[in-house]
Design a protein around this ligand. Structure first.
Ligand code: FMN
Length: 314
């Protein structure tokens, strides 16, 4: 776990601080303690998927992987402000992420001005955590820097291409995910915020974003106020493939997933989407919810914004 936050972390199964160990050491240590620590990961996999799939048998205990398997998005935070030192550490870790061609096209903007925070929050009243979380970062795809470097070095860099956009987007997304995992390892809770792209003109104006720089997502961050729950993922039967892509089992697997997810966390009747259009569903599972959500296209403002701000997507 070195380099990912706390050196001393909670051991999942025994609930006390424990040290990292090499694979060899780990086996000895497990034997000394008299139980199989890997079963903690197997339990976490079962909770995450419940699909009867592989459980990582025979692999040495790994606290970091256990933490990732058990992670969850947090949208309610205590008033405690994470220290500047910790935030600096998280930013440095995020920027240590691998970057396409070493172009380093992610930028991170922290919104600290309360007036700006309130203005952004006001744009999204259905997600109050955007305005109220103790910390709010915006992860930016930054195709501008490379373009400027081309100008500095008098080379014909044209970075408003689809490749430039995609590379910058991936860099920013990877940096955000690195911050997410590091923040969670330090006891923080986070929520990525891509809804800011639905009001990209207004958000970009508030943040003073120049051409070729665009928001990939915001990130709310703070100490969790409540426990939350681990969200059941799709069965690995449809999300993993070996040698050849094969989704032939999709209908039956999705039905089963819907049923199992509903048993754990049913979507309340009053949260059914677009009933006027699609009618009230007797059984409203994950797939019905996602199909209804995706039927209403989101992000219409984003392509024209990008085209007006330096991207040709050639
Ligand atoms: C790129 C990205 C954008 C997201 N945007 C939002 C958002 O705008 N608002 C929000 O409340 N949650 C947002 N989320 C959080 C997802 O809803 C959440 O990850 C998903 O429901 C799965 O839950 P889990 O992370 O707890 O497993 C986003 C997540 C990602 C990865």
């Amino acid at each position: 776990m070195s380099g990912v936050g706390n050196e001393r972390l909670n051991c999942p199964k025994i609930g006390s601080a424990c040290r990292s160990s090499t694979p060899d050491e780990s086996h000895v240590w497990q034997a000394q303690l008299g139980f199989d620590l890997m079963s903690a990961c197997a339990d976490a996999i079962k909770r995450r998927f419940g699909d009867g799939g592989p459980s990582g048998d025979g692999v040495a205990e790994n606290e970091f992987i256990h933490r990732v398997l058990s992670r969850k998005t947090v949208r309610r935070y205590s008033d405690v402000m994470p220290s500047d030192g910790l935030l600096d550490l998280l930013v440095a870790a995020a920027l240590s992420t691998s970057a396409k061609s070493d172009f380093q096209q992610a930028s991170i903007l922290r919104v600290t001005d309360p007036v700006q925070r309130a203005a952004i929050g006001k744009l999204f009243p259905s997600m109050p955590w955007i305005g109220s979380s103790p910390v709010f970062f915006v992860f930016l795809g930054d195709a501008r820097r490379l373009q400027r470097i081309g100008e500095l070095r008098e080379k014909p860099v044209r970075n408003g291409t689809l490749e430039g956009f995609f590379n910058a987007s991936v860099d920013a997304a990877l940096a955000m995910q690195t911050m997410i995992l590091c923040a969670e390892s330090a006891g923080l809770g986070v929520c990525p915020i891509s809804v800011i792209r639905n009001e990209v003109e207004k958000v970009a104006a508030l943040l003073g974003l120049p051409d070729l720089v665009f928001p990939v997502a915001g990130l709310c961050l703070g100490y969790p106020q409540s426990e939350g729950y681990v969200s059941l993922r799709l069965p690995r039967q449809v999300t993993t493939h070996r040698d050849r892509y094969d989704d032939s089992a999709l209908p039956i697997v999705i039905d089963d997933y819907d049923r199992r997810r509903d048993e754990l966390h049913a979507i309340p009747r009053e949260q059914q989407r677009s009933n006027a259009e699609f009618g009230e569903a007797a059984f409203y599972g994950w797939s019905e919810d996602k199909a209804r959500q995706a039927a209403k296209a989101e992000g219409a403002a984003f392509p024209p914004y990008l085209r007006a701000h330096g991207f040709s997507f050639d």
